[in-house]
Each structure stands twice: as C-alpha cells, then as structure tokens.
Ligand binder design. Structure first.
Ligand code: CA
Length: 233
C-alpha cells in the first residue's frame, strides 16, 4: 500500500483523487491548502505527494521548495494544460513528475508506481539508519553490526528496517505483520516470533538477554541502542 498526500484546493478534483486512489488500494491524506499540506507531510509521512500548483495560501512552487528543505518525498505536480512555464519552474524547484489536467486515474497511478520504482526499495527515508553498532542501509538492503556484515534473509532485513526506523518505539506484532508481511489482522503472530528469534540470533542476543530487541510483554517489541559498556553491570 502506498500512502499519498493530495494537496488540492479544488473540491471536485480533490474528491475524485481521493475516491479513485482509495479504490486502487492507496491510503490517501487530503490537504486543501499549502501550509496544511506541509503540516500533514510531516505528521503523515506519505510515500508520495500529489501537489496542485495553484493553491489559495502559498504558491505551489514555494510549497515544493519548503518540502525539499526538509526531505526527499517524491512530488508529482498537478498542472493545468497551459501551465508550461509554471511546470518548468516546478521541476526546477524539485518536483519529480507532473500530470496535466484533465488527467486519468490510471495515468496518475502509473506515475506513482514509476516514481516509487525510481526511488529504489523502501518508500520513505533511504538514508542508512544507525542504532548503536548497527547500521542498516535501505538502498542497498545491507546491514552490519559492529562493522561486520550481517547475512539476513529478505524478511529479516525488512523486520530489522521497520524496527530500526522507529527506534525507541514499541511496535506491536500486528503492526510488524502488516508492515513486513503485508498481512492484515488475525493469526501469523507466530511468524513474527520466529523471525524475531532468528534476527536475535544473528544480532548475537536472546530474548532473555536482549541488547537491541526488547520484548515488551503483551505489547510488542522495541529496538534500542545498547548502553556503551554492554549494560549489564
Ligand atoms: Ca487549484
């Protein structure tokens, strides 16, 4: 599932995008103006932003610059057919792609897929994540512990990435199941347990003597950086 932030002041277009993208299985967040869009970008952390250039409060070009000042979330600009100059400026300001009004939903959907493919593997932040002696690179899908490469299966890597990208937070097994296995509710928590125990072994720890992966009984798992001296004094 792709999470999409739509920033569009036109009620009809916003509604059509919301319905169409939701029907295609995406999670859609709606903003009616630029500043509201920026707030939602930071709180909802979408995979892609669909941005109208003609907004009531802040110019769309400024919105692009403001987004680019904080992160690299892909931006697809929605332009009027005759907006050639604005489109060039938008691309120069850091937009990744555009669609012209009137647009079709299959076309927008295809552009979203293309942009996420171009962006590489995991949507969101592609910078390496460092937690204590652990380093996880989403772009190359490699991980190391104390400068030693870890040999992880695909699911083990995904699990580690989800946990490390939300370090300090307790993540439920259901959330892990949804994020790593794309499964909904019901069953499968045993799958998470098994993969967690494999991951622990590779990190050189056990559930009884955790360093990075701490079980919060009845709730879920939390990743933390171990204390510098090993911690058990
Ligand atoms: Ca508009």
């Amino acid at each position: 599932m792709t999470s999409i932030l739509v920033v569009e002041d036109d009620t009809a277009i916003r509604g059509a995008l919301s319905r169409g993208l939701t029907e295609r299985g995406h999670a859609v967040t709606l903003a009616t103006a630029g500043l509201n869009g920026l707030e939602l970008l930071l709180s909802a952390r979408p995979d892609v932003v669909l941005l109208d250039l003609g907004l009531p409060d802040v110019d769309g070009l400024q919105v692009i610059s403001m987004i680019r000042a904080v992160d690299a979330t892909p931006i697809i600009v929605i332009t009027a057919r005759d907006d050639d100059e604005a489109l060039v400026k938008a691309l120069d300001a850091g937009a990744d792609d555009f669609v012209s009004k009137p647009f079709s939903l299959p076309q927008i959907d295809a552009r979203i897929r293309a942009i996420l493919r171009r962006g590489g593997t995991a949507p969101g932040d592609a910078q390496p994540i460092v937690v204590g002696g652990l380093s996880i690179d989403p772009r190359t899908r490699t991980a190391s512990l104390d400068d030693r490469a870890l040999e992880l299966s695909r699911k083990e890597f995904d699990l580690l990435l989800v946990l490390a990208s939300r370090v300090g937070e307790v993540i439920t097994k259901r959330e892990l199941l949804a994020e790593v296995w794309q499964q909904g509710y019901g069953g499968g928590e045993r799958t998470v347990d098994v993969h967690l125990s494999w991951l622990r072994r590779k990190l050189g720890e056990t559930a009884a003597e955790p360093r990075y992966l701490h079980t919060v009984r009845g709730v879920g798992v939390r990743m933390v950086a171990p204390r510098p001296n090993g911690g058990d004094g």
